[in-house]
Design a protein around this ligand. Structure first.
Ligand SMILES: [Zn+2]
Length: 112
């Protein structure tokens, strides 16, 4: 059984993990949607009466928002004890550990 303090760390980390997953999921949705718009306006120059330039601007905004969301999700995905981003072994890879049992840096327990 984890102590109360450990349980607090686990709960906090699971919150951050959920936030990270949602950010990444939403980022992918925004990018897919932006690409879909670009596809559609390719064939229909004034889709829904909105000019192609306006659609392109909207797609660009969506792409940027998606990327910012992903970065924000990544940035807050930290171990509640030592504050390090929970990354995989390879430091050159952007990859995060999506469901770690322990923090790779301080070994704190992060999952029940
Ligand atoms: Zn840690």
């Amino acid at each position: 059984m984890p102590t109360q303090r450990e349980q607090g760390v686990i709960d906090e980390f699971q919150q951050r993990r959920k936030r990270m997953m949602h950010s990444f999921g939403f980022c992918i949705l925004l990018i897919i949607f932006a690409l879909l718009i670009l596809q559609v306006i390719d064939n229909r120059p004034s889709f829904l009466g909105i000019s192609q330039a306006a659609w392109k601007a909207l797609s660009a905004v969506q792409l940027i928002l998606g990327i910012l969301l992903a970065i924000r999700g990544y940035w807050q995905y930290r171990c509640p004890v030592c504050g390090e981003i929970v990354k995989g072994h390879d430091k050159f890879y952007f990859g995060v550990l999506t469901d770690p049992e322990h923090c790779p840096n301080c070994r704190s327990r992060l999952r029940e």
